[in-house]
Design a protein around this ligand. Structure first.
Ligand SMILES: [Zn+2]
Length: 305
C-alpha cells in the first residue's frame, strides 16, 4: 500500500488499510458516516520531485514551491477531496531521507486538515526512507510483499494503487508477476463496481531499441491483458512522462497526469487534476501552477465503457 498520512479517526473513510483479498471483501463503505469531505472528489498529483532542501531547482522550477502552492490550493477548497494521491516520483531523484523530510513538511497542511494522503512509488522513490520520514505509515501487512499496493473504495469506483518501482533512480518500471497475480484476484473479487488502476509508469507496448532501457512499464503487455479483459476496469491513471493527456487504448481510458514539478516540453502544463467520480464516468479538471496557462481550468468528461 502507499503511505497513508491520514488521521486514525478517518482511516475508515477511504479503505486503504487492508490485508489480503479476503478482508478486502469485508470492507464497509463508511464514507458518509464521519466526514464533510466530498466522497467522489479526488485530488490527483504526480511527479512532485521534492528535493532535499527547498531551494533546489531543476529546469527553472522550484519543485518545493510548486508542491506548497498545490497544497495551499487543496486545503483552501470549499469542497474537500476524499483523498489526495501523489502518483509517484514524490522525491527528486534518489529517494533520499532528506527529500522525504522536505516532502513531509510540504504535505503537513494536508495531513493537519484531515485530508487522506496516498502516495505511490515512482522510479525516483525509495520505500524505506519514505517510511522513516512519515513515521507510522508503514503497512503492518503489505498486500504484496515489498510493494506499496492498496485499494481505495469510493461510492462509485474502487481505485487500485500499484507499485511500479523496480530500482531506485532507474527509469524502468515493472509490476512483476506477484503484483499482477494479486491484482487479478483483487479485481475479480470486486467486479461489481468500476475499477480505476493508478500507478506511476506509462504504458510501453513496444520494446526499446537494442541496448536501450525500457522507459515505461516493462510488463505493459501482461498488465493490459489483465485489465482490458476485465470489463469493470475503466481507466488507467499514470504519470512519469510529465505530459498531461487523456487518450484511449481501445475503450479503456488512459489518463496521463501532469507533473507538479517541471515539464519536459515548453508550454506543457504542470499542476494537479481534480477528479469527480460519477456512476458512469469521471470528470477531470486541470489546475495549472501558472494561473495564466492557456489550459488552466480545462475540463474533460469521460464515459465508462
Ligand atoms: Zn518517473
Amino acid at each position: 500500500m502507499p503511505v497513508h498520512a491520514l488521521p486514525l479517526s478517518r482511516r475508515s473513510f477511504l479503505t486503504g488499510t487492508v490485508a489480503g483479498t479476503a478482508s478486502l471483501a469485508m470492507l464497509q463503505p463508511t464514507w458518509a458516516a464521519d466526514s464533510a469531505n466530498n466522497p467522489n472528489f479526488l485530488a490527483l498529483l504526480s511527479d512532485t520531485h521534492i528535493p532535499n532542501t527547498p531551494d533546489v531547482t531543476a529546469r527553472d522550477t522550484n519543485m518545493t514551491r510548486n508542491l506548497k502552492q498545490v497544497v495551499r490550493e487543496l486545503v483552501a477548497l470549499k469542497s474537500k477531496p476524499a483523498g489526495v494521491i501523489i502518483n509517484g516520483d514524490c522525491a527528486y531523484l534518489k529517494g533520499l531521507a532528506e527529500d522525504y523530510a522536505n516532502l513531509a513538511n510540504c504535505v503537513a497542511p494536508i495531513v493537519e486538515s484531515g485530508l487522506p494522503l496516498h502516495l505511490t512509488m515512482g522510479n525516483h522513490d525509495d520505500r524505506s526512507p519514505l517510511y522513516a520520514a512519515l513515521a507510522g505509515q508503514k503497512p503492518e501487512r503489505p498486500l504484496v510483499d515489498s510493494k506499496h499496493v492498496s485499494v481505495l473504495e469510493t461510492p462509485h469506483a474502487n481505485l487500485f494503487l500499484l507499485d511500479t518501482l523496480t530500482e531506485v533512480n532507474v527509469v524502468t518500471g515493472k509490476l512483476g508477476s506477484a503484483q499482477r497475480q494479486w491484482l487479478a484476484q483483487a479485481l475479480d473479487a470486486h467486479a461489481d463496481k468500476p475499477a480505476i488502476i493508478v500507478a506511476h509508469h506509462n504504458p510501453q507496448f513496444a520494446p526499446p531499441a537494442e541496448g536501450a532501457r525500457w522507459t515505461g512499464m516493462q510488463d505493459t503487455a501482461e498488465f493490459f491483458d489483465l485489465i482490458t479483459s476485465r470489463q469493470q476496469v475503466k481507466a488507467y491513471i499514470f504519470g512519469h512522462s510529465h505530459n498531461w493527456s487523456v487518450t484511449k487504448s481501445g475503450d479503456l481510458h488512459l489518463i496521463n497526469l501532469p507533473p507538479v514539478a517541471y515539464v519536459f516540453g515548453e508550454g506543457k502544463p504542470n499542476g494537479w487534476v481534480q477528479a469527480e467520480l460519477h456512476t458512469d464516468g469521471v470528470s477531470l479538471q486541470l489546475h495549472t501552477i501558472s494561473a495564466a496557462h492557456p489550459q488552466n481550468g480545462e475540463q474533460v468528461h469521460l464515459a465508462w465503457r
